[in-house]
Design a protein around this ligand. Sequence first.
Ligand SMILES: NC(=O)c1ccc[n+]([C@@H]2O[C@H](COP(=O)([O-])OP(=O)(O)OC[C@H]3O[C@@H](n4cnc5c(N)ncnc54)[C@H](OP(=O)(O)O)[C@@H]3O)[C@@H](O)[C@H]2O)c1
Length: 235
Amino acid sequence: MPKRVQLVGLCRIGLAQGTYLDVLRPPDSLRRLGTDHLDVLYTHWQTPDLSIFPLEETVEAMMKLKEQGKIRAIGASNTTAEFIRGYCKYGQLDVIQEKYSLLTRRIEKQLLPTCKELGVSIQAYSPLEQGLLTGKVTMDTTYPEGSTRNTNPCFQPARRAQAIRLLDSWSDLCEKYHCTKAQLVIALTARMIPGLHVLCGARTPEQVIDNAGALHIALEGADAVQMKWDVDAIS
Ligand SMILES: NC(=O)c1ccc[n+]([C@@H]2O[C@H](COP(=O)([O-])OP(=O)(O)OC[C@H]3O[C@@H](n4cnc5c(N)ncnc54)[C@H](OP(=O)(O)O)[C@@H]3O)[C@@H](O)[C@H]2O)c1
C-alpha cells in the first residue's frame, strides 16, 4: 500500500472548534508525513459557538489551503444541514463524513437532501457498526468498561438481536457471492446512497483485506432490492 494512503489520505482538525490558525496548522506537519498535500482535510466536529469561531473564517482558511494545493478537498464531519449550507455560502464543501450504517440511517433524511442540492459528497464512517455488522458479535459478546460499544444503541439487546437475525438471514447470499458477512454489508451499504464513500475501520491486516474484498462483489439488482427491504423492515 502506498505510504500516503496509509498515513495522510485523510486528516482531521479540531475536536470541538477551530480557529483560522488551527486550520492552517496541519499542513505544517506535511513535511513530517513526507507528503506535500492531503487528499481531504476535515473539520472533525463543528463549533458549538459560531460567535467565537466564525464559520466564514474556518472556511476561508480551508479555501486558502486548497488554493495553495496543500489540500485537495475540504471536508466537514459530524455536521448539520445548516453547517453544510454555511460552508457552501462562505466557500466550498466537497465532502462530509458522518456515521452511517444499515442500522444507523439518520443522514438519509437529515443531510442527504442538502448534500444532493449542493453537490457535496458523503463519506460514511462506522459502516460496520463497530463490528456488529460483521457477523462475529453474539448476544453474549461483552466489551471492556469504557468501550464506546457499550453506549452504542445498536449494541443494546433488542437492536443487537435484530442485527444478528438480519445477518443470519443473509447466509445464503454470502454463499452465493462467496463472501463474508462484512463484505456483503459493505457492498450493500455502498449502494444505499448513490456515490457514497464507505470508510471501514479495521484492527488487523486481515480485516483490511476482508473489507477491501467487498469491492469485487457485484450484487444482482433483485438481491440488493430484497436486502434493502430487509433493512427497511428493521429501520
Ligand atoms: N468523524 C468521526 O467522528 C468518526 C467517528 C468514528 C470513526 N471515524 C472514522 O471512521 C473509521 C471507521 O469507523 P469504525 O472503526 O467505527 O468502523 P466500522 O467499520 O464500523 O468498525 C470497525 C471495527 O469493526 C471490526 N471489523 C472491521 N472489519 C472487520 C472484519 N472484516 N471482520 C470482523 N471484524 C471487523 C474491527 O473491530 P474489532 O476487531 O475490535 O471487532 C474494527 O475496528 C475509523 O477508522 C475512523 O477513522 C470517524
